[in-house]
Write a protein that binds this ligand. Structure first.
Ligand code: FEO
Length: 169
């Protein structure tokens, strides 16, 4: 059995991962609206990744005899001033996710729930990668600034992103 406090945090986090997916879908729609289909693709892949996170956590919750309670998903932001602002929003959001993961990990440790601690390690590592990827993209966007050619090339690069479920998880 999961400690009640850990179960509640996992339930909340599953809802939050679905909310994260929704935010990225909105960022993808914004990208399409400013004719950046590659960026839209990048955000849609991110949407898939977040749903993967939610599913992975859901399966774990079931394995530990927990029960998911789905709640309403808040409306995401729909407009940004620029692509850079959208990606900065993505980074800020990932930083919130990281701090939530750390909180769940700390609670699992307090409760001596070592199985959850082990399970969460994948998410903790994943957050390092997620933040780093978005930071790199912000750096690239800042470098091209308002250059139409630079943005076009960057968008082409983002179009190549595909979703591959991580192996062995
Ligand atoms: Fe599921 Fe982007 O963290």
């Amino acid at each position: 059995m999961l400690p009640q406090s850990v179960e509640k945090m996992l339930v909340d986090q599953i809802n939050f991962e679905i909310y994260s997916a929704y935010i990225y879908l909105a960022m993808g729609a914004y990208s399409d609206s400013i004719d950046m289909p590659g960026s839209a693709n990048w955000f849609k892949i991110q949407w898939e990744e977040e749903l993967f996170h939610a599913n992975k956590m859901y399966d774990y919750l079931l394995e530990r005899d927990g029960r998911q309670i789905f709640t309403a998903i808040p409306q995401p932001q729909t407009e940004w001033k620029s692509l850079q602002e959208a990606f900065e929003g993505a980074l800020a959001h990932e930083q919130i996710v990281t701090s939530r993961m750390n909180e769940i990990m700390a609670t699992a440790e307090q409760e001596r729930d070592y199985a959850t601690r082990s399970f969460l390690q994948w998410f903790i590592d994943e957050q390092v990668e997620e933040e780093s990827n978005v930071k790199e993209l912000i750096r690239q966007i800042k470098m091209v600034k308002d250059s139409g050619h630079g943005l076009y090339m960057l968008d082409k690069e983002l179009a190549a992103r595909t979703f591959t479920p991580p192996k062995g998880v």
